[in-house]
Design a protein around this ligand. Sequence first.
Ligand code: AHR
Length: 313
Amino acid sequence: MKRILLTSAALLAGTAASAQTVGFSQIGSESGWRAAETTLTRQEAEARGIDLRFSDAQQRQENQIAAIRSFVAQGVDAILLAPVVATGWDSVLEEAAEADIPVVLLDRRVDSSEDLYLTAVGSDLVHEGEVAGQWLVDNKPEGECRVVELQGTTGSSPAIDRATGFRNAIDGAEGIEIVRSQTGDFTRSGGKEVMESFLQAESGNDICALYAHNDDMALGAIQAINEAGMNPGEDILIVSIDAVPDIFQAMANGDANATVELTPNMAGPAFDALEAYWADGTEPEKFIQTESRLYTQDDDPMAEYEARKDLGY
Ligand code: AHR
């Protein structure tokens, strides 16, 4: 396993602020949250005089691996990687480490050795699921509560960890049971389609709540519930993750109940860490954690919508 070493050449590159070049391998644009992360990363780079080279992987790990190899060949000063899935990164991260190019993970984790990246910026994804689950424990109606779950992209760290966290919270709570669980791939259309199939399969059986691993899938599901002639937010409680503007609008309409915020500004802390590293080799913590706050219908959702609507979601 190679450790990233800061060479004198890399340190020298750090002295000329405007000369820094950073490759960004982004997953794609599956959700409003992802779009905002891309926008904010571009804005942060511009504000700091960083030359950002952007690559959209369109949800494919092989495209991300090819982009990282291309960034290494270009001799960039750092690489930002939002990894679509958690496994399969060892070889390409070793190639970046061999070339002394620091890699910063954004919002999702990998199962590779920590030696292969400089730091990871993101939330505690298990905790997000726990916050969502605890909201349901505290707010479910009396008696049995049959829950359906829309999972994120299979094999991605948020899908794995948000599923775990939710189960941690509801385990031991009386009467809550997950009756169906399927991936909606973090997309609005996936959420709608899978919710339609849940409603069909469960016809006649009460579904008490939907837990969606992101707001976009919840928004698609809300459409499906409305089209089935039911009231989302009342007949079926809706709890999800991200805090995108549209979920606040849905909350204001009474269609959604709660969301756990994931800040899309991962690039700010990432560039702070890189600038310190470039300047004098300062090694950041291996994990730079962002906040996870719960919002409900009591938190003035229209004001939250207004505050976020122009942020690139
Ligand atoms: O990795 C973060 C997740 O990816 C966001 O919650 C989701 O919206 C996105 O697609």
